[in-house]
Design a protein around this ligand. Structure first.
Ligand SMILES: *[C@@H]1O[C@H](CO)[C@@H](O)[C@H](O)[C@H]1NC(C)=O
Length: 352
């Protein structure tokens, strides 16, 4: 202390004199005396040095937090080198009479890393107009040029309006991975990268962003089996348990398209077609029956750009409950497996 007081500062002069008079006193007592005697002007002079030290610490810490990763060559946006086709996926967009949403979603997904192709499941009575085709192709070619990676885009035209169309096997797929997505759902590209890397570790699982649950409602006495009810996002949020991820935003293996169309009991597909609902629950049943394991939920925010989805209709939950109970009967068992695991991108978590 004395060495850098220089003798001009009354605070530090005093501290020296106190030291002479009260050599037996402890350091803590001395500083207490000094602080009391000299009041504000002196206190602030001393305090300024402390403040400076504190600020330097804060500044250094901030600098460290913001710069350390780059000094060390740790970039959060580091791209691992892309290996062409195993590290890519095909986006399969299910659309219905919402060309503006379709275009928005195509321009979003074509900009994401790892997209190999975009396939549009088209079940409308009229074929896509030349104008729509041209604008879709333009969107994709602009994105391809920006990324310097060729992305193809194709309409898959279906003659009838059937919800099962979204799971029809696709010709000329170059990837095993499919991102099944609705035309009104936007998932951030960064989350897609996370989810896709999870999928590559568990390629037989469904990896998605919208979790749902089946709850046991009652034991059905006549069959000795259970009656289930459908749990929406509210119950998943409350209980932290899920057993399905919806195919409106999920990665699946392309083999499930074939299994859905050719192996799933036809009565289930018929039910989906007639009720115009629950193709996603049917797919969840199928995958759970194949794997005997729960799906994987990736933590993210998704953006629903159209607000007239089927889930906003009255009685949605009752319909879904009916679907689950029907499918259990048609399947002969309840294949869904519950999970409490939520996967998050470690770059966006502050606490270990
Ligand atoms: C469920 O899985 C079992 C065992 O792999 C299989 O034999 C059965 O056909 C599957 N059920 C359905 C409805 O796909």
């Amino acid at each position: 202390m004395e060495s850098f007081s220089g003798g001009h500062d009354p605070c530090f002069q005093y501290s020296s004199s106190v030291k002479e008079k009260a050599t037996m006193k402890s350091y803590r007592d001395r500083s207490y005396a000094r602080w009391r005697t000299y009041g504000h002007s002196c206190f602030s002079g001393f305090y300024r040095i402390r403040l400076l030290i504190v600020f330097s610490f804060v500044f250094a810490a901030t600098l460290l937090l913001t710069r350390a990763s780059s000094l060390m060559g740790w970039s959060r946006d580091h791209q691992t080198p892309q290996v062409p086709f195993r590290s890519r996926y095909t986006v399969v967009i299910n659309t219905w009479k919402r060309n503006d949403l379709l275009k928005r979603s195509i321009s979003h997904y074509s900009a994401c890393q790892g997209v190999d192709a975009i396939r549009i499941v088209w079940s409308e009575p009229n074929v896509p107009t030349e104008r729509l085709r041209t604008s879709v192709e333009n969107l994709v070619s602009v994105a391809s040029r920006k990324k310097d990676e060729f992305i193809s885009v194709q309409f898959d035209i279906h003659v009838n309006d059937d919800l099962n169309n979204r799971f029809k096997p696709l010709d000329d797929l170059r990837t095993d991975a499919i991102l099944s997505i609705d035309d009104d759902v936007l998932v951030p590209c960064s989350t897609l990268e996370t989810a896709f890397s999870v999928w590559t570790s568990a390629p037989h699982s469904m990896v998605g962003f919208v979790p749902r649950m089946h709850w046991v409602k009652a034991k059905n006495p006549s069959f000795g089996s259970y009656e289930y009810s459908y749990g929406g996002w509210w119950s998943v949020w409350w209980m932290g348990t899920y057993s399905m991820v919806l195919s409106k935003a999920a990665f699946i293996h392309k083999k499930y398209l074939d299994l859905y169309t050719n192996e799933l009991p036809a009565s289930i597909r018929q039910y989906v077609k007639d009720e115009r609902n629950c193709e996603d629950i049917a797919m969840s049943f199928l995958v759970a029956n194949e794997t005997g394991a729960p799906p994987i939920w990736i933590k993210t925010r998704i953006y629903e750009i159209g607000s007239t989805g089927i889930s906003s209709l009255q009685g949605h939950s009752e319909h879904r409950t009916d679907c689950i109970n029907h499918f259990v009967t048609l399947f002969g068992s309840m294949p869904l497996v519950a999970s409490n695991v939520k996967v998050a991108d470690a770059r966006h978590l502050w606490f270990w």
